[in-house]
Each structure stands twice: as structure tokens, then as C-alpha cells.
Design a protein around this ligand. Structure first.
Ligand SMILES: Cc1cc2nc3c(=O)[nH]c(=O)nc-3n(C[C@H](O)[C@H](O)[C@H](O)COP(=O)(O)OP(=O)(O)OC[C@H]3O[C@@H](n4cnc5c(N)ncnc54)[C@H](O)[C@@H]3O)c2cc1C
Length: 508
């Protein structure tokens, strides 16, 4: 194995939630990781409020979930209602086939504090707080970073730079990466409150199509709650944040003597994404690459999907001597996906506005909103097809239907009916089959797969396979990527040796 002489494999600039989770994933892949953050130790932000089951699954995989789960809240349901409380859409929050709630809410500073501590104690992560990235330059195998701490300059040489530096990304701007605006911008007032002991509010994730002012109400824990109010055209920001106005807005739910205000901010909900998420050895992740209006609550989740897509690929190059060109697939695989997520989020925002308007004007709701827009908004998780797999690390010899799907954790369960696919796959490529396939592979191919830490799983005694995996195993052998996405499935026309060779050509 050849290692370069850089001090670090990756540098992460920005230690918000995405930078923190990214650092932990890098460490999990045994990458020597540097983190640069301009804020001091004590500042904590309060933006993101929810995780979906896929994000919880990743956090479990890197050992963070159990540390933060005491601070996660499972709302009773998510809903969209009118101001007269008529329910337009209501879904109970249940555990999915990944064995986590479809949505968990939280108070950002609480979980950020825990994750920060865990990162600080991690021997693979060097953390430089109060340290700002002020310049960088990328040459073939190295990115040189200039950082500043209290007027003192510090330089680092790293192999890869990952920008997690938020929506004002210095890295994106310096690289002159163009953004594509989805022409959506609305200002919202966000208020976090802490209820007095013994006070109670509903435990829900609710969008209210209020004809006067679209509103969101989200429980973050028993006592912590987030209120979001759309600002109306011409409304003065200075006036709206005044205490008497805030108390008036909240008075529908609760009286001033029943709560404490923890945080008030005005945020512009926008939709745009970068044309590319990569330049040379530099990658954009999370808010540094795009802004998603948070109606569908996908900002943090989408950033976590970026991490899930990129870091195993960097691991292949850094630790397993694979071809660096495979890293181009990060931007190719993620860009299209992010664009679809932004579209769905905007559709949900527009749906809420249209329903509020229809209610105000007494127009029948069915006429107020096109059925496609409803589908786009409500059915967002199903409608976002991960279709651009032609360009990624997937077998191109077979149908779109199979490749690029992520197998759920419950596709393998143990005797106690506990999901265990993730535990079995870990961070590796896996070939699932009904029998040992060593003899079906050319010696050379087998040896290469072993060198790439491939796992071969064919003994399902004492285990149950789910409907999807069982169906594939009827047809042939199946290759799963480290992010649990299906690379491809062997068949009569494509044997496992050919399938594995196709993968090797793409990554070596
Ligand atoms: C009001 C609001 C509500 C939201 N609600 C939700 C939600 O319900 N669900 C959801 O999934 N998402 C939500 N999001 C989105 C979510 O908060 C973000 O996607 C996520 O927190 C982004 O994290 P980040 O780490 O990419 O960026 P940030 O949290 O912005 O972190 C960037 C970090 O980079 C540092 N930095 C910047 N420049 C430099 C530099 N030059 N050198 C060193 N450090 C630097 C900054 O100090 C900062 O700490 C919401 C966002 C907002 C603003």
C-alpha cells in the first residue's frame, strides 16, 4: 500500500453538525482527519431539528446514535392542517425497516455538544477550534491550507479538503463554483421555547396552512418546542422580533408566563445548489453545496447522505490504493439527487401557501392545488427516484430498477427478529449469495476482492432474509456497496465474475 506524505488524509473545514458527523465517519474509516473551525468552543447553533431513519441509521453505524438517543424525540405524528384544525394529511411516526423512527426531532445544541465531545476524544481527529481557513491551493496530490488563529498563521498539507463551511461557504466561493438558483426565497421567523415544568404541548411535527401566516409547530422534546412563522411582504424584521409581538404570535398555543424564549432568529428559506460538488481534491458537502427550504426537513439529512456517499470512496483511494478518478462519481451521484430534494421541498412550501390561500378565499381545496404538486410534496421520499445511476459506481449492464437502491437494515434479521444487515456489512463491499462463490471467480478477481476487504456472505442459517434480498438471491448473487446501495445483481446473462470485474474496472 502506498501512502502519501501529507500530514492528514482529509481536512474538514467547518465543525457544524455536518462537519462533526463527517469527521466521525472519516475516523471510522481510519482516515487521519483534521478539522478547522472558526468558531470558539462555546458557541452552539440552533438550526436543524430533525433526523430521518436513514440518518439515524448512519449515526448508529458510527456509534453516535446511542450517545444522543436520550435527546431524540419521536413525535406522535406529522401532519398538515388548516387553521380551523381540519386535517389535510396526517401520518403516525413509526419505526421503518431500518428500525428507527421515520422522523426524530431534537434540540440542536444538545446533540451538537455530545457529538463534539466524542470527536474531541477521537484519536483519529485533530480539532483546531477558533481557527479560520483563509486560503488554500490545490496541487496534484496535496491541498495546502492557510489558517489563522489569533493573528497567528498555521499551514497544513492534506490530501483532500472537505468543505462543511455552511451556506456562506468560503471554499465554494474561492473555487468560483456556480450555483443554480431554484428561484425560491421566503423569510421565516423561528422561535425556540422552553416550557415551564408541568406545562404540556402536543408532541407533533405540524405544518399549519394558516390563511394569515403559514406556520410550523414542532416538538423537540417534552419541554422544548420550535415555532416557525412565515414573514409577510413588507413586514419589518426589527418589529417582528419584539417581545410583545412574539408573545402575541405564540398566544394561540401558550401564555407568556408558561415558557421561556431560548432562541429567536429570522431565516431566509432558499433553494439552490452548486453546479458541481467537486473541484480537484476538494469536495462540498451539506449547506456549503446547497440550500434546501426546510419544509420537508431534509437539510441535515441530505448532508448526511453526502457523507454516506463520499467517505467510503475516499477510503478506497487513500487506504486501498484505488483509482482517484472514482471520486468524480460523488458529484455525479449526489447533484441530481439534491436537485430533486430541493424541488420536493419547494413543492411542499408552495402546497402550504396554496392551501392557506384557498382556505382564506373559500376555494375548494381540490381546486387550489394540482394533484401532481400534492404527490411531489407528500410523497417526497418515494418520488425522489435515485435515477442518475448511469454515471455512478453501479453496474451499467443491467436495469435501473435494481441498481442504486439502498437495502434496509431489516433485509437480514436474526433469531430474535433484530435487524442485522448493517452489522454484517459494516464499511465493506459485500457479495450476498446462496452458496460459496469462490469457485465461480477467477483467482485474480478473487484476490483483488480480498485485497479490497470484500465480505462474502452466503450462510443464512439462523437468519431471515427480507422480501427484497430473498427475491434477488433467487436470481443470483448480489453486490452491495459500503453505503448499502446495490451495485448490481448477477443473472443468466451476467455471471458474478463478470459483475465483479465490471466493478473492479470502475474503481481500480
Ligand atoms: C433555520 C433553519 C432550520 C432548519 N431546519 C432543519 C430541519 O428541520 N431539518 C433538517 O434536516 N435541516 C434543517 N436545517 C438545515 C440544517 O440546519 C443544515 O442543513 C445543517 O445544520 C447544516 O450544517 P452544516 O454543518 O453544513 O453548516 P453550518 O451549521 O452552517 O456549519 C458551518 C460551520 O463552518 C464554520 N466555518 C465557516 N467558514 C469557515 C472558515 N473559513 N474557516 C473555518 N470554519 C468556518 C462555521 O463557523 C460553522 O460552524 C435548517 C436550517 C436552518 C438555518
Amino acid at each position: 500500500m502506498t501512502r502519501n506524505n501529507n500530514q492528514y488524509d482529509v481536512a474538514i473545514v467547518g465543525f457544524g453538525l455536518i462537519g462533526q458527523i463527517c469527521a466521525k465517519v472519516c475516523s471510522d474509516f481510519n482516515l487521519r482527519t483534521l478539522v478547522i473551525e472558526s468558531r470558539s468552543n462555546v458557541e452552539l447553533s440552533s438550526n436543524a431539528i430533525s433526523l430521518d431513519d436513514e440518518s439515524s441509521r448512519l449515526l448508529k453505524g458510527i456509534g453516535l446514535y446511542d450517545s444522543i438517543k436520550g435527546f431524540l424525540n419521536k413525535p406522535d405524528f406529522t401532519d398538515i392542517i388548516l387553521s380551523n384544525r381540519r386535517v389535510i394529511q396526517r401520518n403516525p411516526v413509526l419505526n421503518t425497516d431500518n428500525e428507527f423512527p421515520s422522523i426524530s426531532t431534537f434540540f440542536h445544541p444538545e446533540i451538537e455538544e455530545i457529538i463534539k465531545k466524542i470527536c474531541k476524544a477521537d484519536k483519529n481527529i485533530d480539532l483546531y477550534l477558533d481557527n479560520e481557513l483563509i486560503n488554500f491551493e490545490s496541487n496534484n496530490n496535496t491541498v495546502r491550507l492557510d489558517t489563522k488563529k489569533n493573528n497567528k498563521l498555521i499551514n497544513f498539507d492534506v490530501s483532500y479538503l472537505i468543505a462543511c463551511d455552511g451556506s456562506n461557504s468560503f471554499v465554494r466561493k474561492k473555487l468560483n463554483i456556480e450555483t443554480i438558483d431554484q428561484r425560491y426565497s421566503k423569510n421565516w421567523l423561528l422561535i425556540d421555547i422552553l416550557l415551564n415544568e408541568n406545562e404540556v404541548l402536543e408532541n407533533v411535527f405540524r405544518q399549519i396552512c394558516d390563511e394569515k401566516r403559514p406556520t410550523s409547530f414542532i416538538s423537540l422534546s417534552k419541554l422544548r418546542h420550535r415555532f416557525e412563522f412565515q414573514l409577510l411582504a413588507g413586514e419589518e424584521h426589527q418589529k417582528i422580533v419584539q417581545l410583545n409581538n412574539i408573545q402575541k404570535l405564540l398566544s394561540k398555543w401558550i401564555k407568556p408566563n408558561q415558557y421561556k424564549i431560548i432562541n429567536i432568529s429570522i431565516h431566509s428559506f432558499r433553494g439552490y445548489y452548486s453546479k458541481t460538488f467537486q473541484k480537484d481534491n476538494i469536495f462540498l458537502i451539506g449547506d456549503s453545496a446547497y440550500q434546501i427550504p426546510p419544509y420537508a426537513s431534509q437539510g441535515l439529512n441530505t448532508g448526511i447522505r453526502d457523507i454516506l456517499n463520499l467517505i467510503w470512496k475516499i477510503n478506497l483511494v487513500v487506504n486501498l490504493s484505488c483509482n482517484k478518478n472514482l471520486l468524480h462519481t460523488y458529484s455525479l451521484e449526489r447533484c441530481h439527487q439534491v436537485k430533486q430534494t430541493i424541488k420536493s421541498s419547494i413543492a411542499l412550501g408552495q402546497l402550504i401557501d396554496s392551501l392557506s390561500m384557498a382556505f382564506q378565499k373559500n376555494i375548494p381545496l381540490e381546486e387550489a392545488i394540482a394533484p401532481e404538486a400534492r404527490d411531489q410534496a407528500f410523497g417526497r421520499r418515494k418520488s425522489i427516484q435515485e435515477i442518475d445511476s448511469n454515471k455512478g459506481i453501479f453496474s451499467h449492464s443491467q436495469s435501473e430498477r435494481i441498481r442504486n437502491r439502498r437495502l434496509t437494515n431489516r433485509e437480514i434479521t436474526d433469531k430474535a427478529d433484530m435487524a442485522c444487515l448493517d452489522k454484517m456489512v459494516g464499511n465493506s463491499f459485500v457479495i450476498f449469495s446462496r452458496k460459496d462463490i469462490k469457485d465461480k471467480l477467477d483467482k485474480n478477481v478473487y484476490k483483488k476482492l480480498i485485497n479490497l476487504n470484500f465480505k462474502f456472505i452466503f450462510d443464512f442459517k439462523d437468519l431471515n432474509t427480507g422480501p427484497e434480498l430473498s427475491e434477488y438471491l433467487e436470481t443470483g448473487e448480489i453486490i452491495i456497496r459500503p453505503d448499502k446501495k446495490i451495485y448490481g445483481l448477477s443473472s443468466k446473462n451476467l455471471n458474478i465474475n463478470q459483475l465483479a470485474s465490471e466493478l473492479l474496472t470502475q474503481i481500480q
